[in-house]
Structure formats: C-alpha cells, structure tokens
Write a protein that binds this ligand. Sequence first.
Ligand SMILES: [Zn+2]
Length: 263
Amino acid sequence: MKKILILFSAIAVLSSCDPGNGDDSFNIFTIEDDKNLGLQVAGQIESDSSEYDVLQPEDFPAAYDHLNRITNTILDGGEVFYRDEFEWRTRIIYDDSTLNAFCTPGGYIYVFTGLIHYLDNEDELAGVIGHEIAHADRRHSTDQLTKQYGISLLLQAALGEESALAEVGAGLLLLKYGRDAESEADEYSVRYLCPTDYNAAGGAGFFEKIEAAGGSSTPEFLSTHPSPDKRIENFYSWSDSLNCTGTNTNVDLYQDFKNSLPY
Ligand SMILES: [Zn+2]
C-alpha cells in the first residue's frame, strides 16, 4: 500500500497582504515577499537531493511537456489572479510512494511521481494542480505561517537568511491548512478549470479513487478536513453551479505522460 501523505492539502503557500483578489484575511506580506520566499524554499528543496529527487527538465523533456501543458491550460483559463505575477514553475519529484503535490508561495509547483501514476487521466491531475495553485493564488498559508512563526522570521526567510529559511522551509513542507482553506482551494480548482476543456470537477476523481480503495487507506489528513464524500459532492455542485461544460480527459496523452517518467 502506498503511503498517502497529506495529499491535496499539503504544503503550500505562504502568502500575504490583502491581495485584492477577494481574500479578506489580514496579511502584511507583499507579492514580492511571496515570490522571494517561494524562490528560497524552492532552492532549499532542490538542494536536498537525498530528500527530494527532483527530475531535471532537460533530462525528462517529454514529461515536462505534459506537465507544463496541463499547468498552462489551467493558468491560461483566465481565472488565476496572480497569473502574471507569480512564477508558476513546475518540477516533478521522483518518489513513487508519495501521492502528493504542493505549491510554495509565489507559485513553485511540485508534483510527486506517485500521484501521477495513481491517477487515470488529465482531468484528475489538473484538479489537484488547480487545488495547489489555489493555495498559492489565494495566499492561504500566510495565516498559518504567521501564526506559527511570526512575521519577522518569515521576512528573514524571504530574504534568504539561512537559519530562518531552514526553520520556515521545514515548517512549510509540513503545513496543514484548515478546513476552510481546503474547501476554498477545491472550489477554486473548479473555477480555474471551468473555462478550459477539462472536466472542471476533475479533482473529485482523486477522492473517488481513495474511496474506492476502501477505508483502510484513509489518509491522515481526512481526520481534520472535509470528508471525501463532502469534497466530491462539492466539486460537482460547484461545477454545476458555474455551468462548466468541459469533458476532455486526455486518457491517451496522460498514459504517454506516465510512460515518460522513470521506473
Ligand atoms: Zn490543500
């Protein structure tokens, strides 16, 4: 049995200041702070090859063509608020036992090979990526990280101060979002996918697979987050209420994506 990590809730995003994107949470970080912290955390992740075996784009061009095509389809749907401000750079982490994806502040997106292999089509992966993009775009982690570390340590980390970065970076990778943030990220996943050809409720596919696998595989995060049943129901009801019509699952292309990964 694969270990099902935080999944779909993962890590994510530190964020900031009242973004003007409808997010009413208090946040004194600026967009530049988000970008700087994301860059620093990404550097930290990618310098730790024993923990994170990041596949290099030049070594796996076909895999990155697929991942970037999916990600860019979401970004180009016109609903991502910080589409042009954040980096939205993708990396694949080679770890077939981890069903997870996450996004740092400022839009550095990471997807584990275990998740890519677990899913069956592009809609499902697009749904998960949309969810992670939402954590960055909605700047959800600000509240969590500021509560946990305080503003000054976060700002030091964003400036690359080493001990602060080590502490915040480690915390970011273990950060758990609250129920409201998870629900909102699911909702925005639907919103982002709705203008594309993808099934906007694609993210529901992940939870449907988890449920089909039976109770013994219940991930840890479900104890504190909306139930899979509720999340599945929400994905479909948001998609219905927005009159989303996409149905493209690209099953064959998705299989090509899987085949382009190392075994
Ligand atoms: Zn999440």
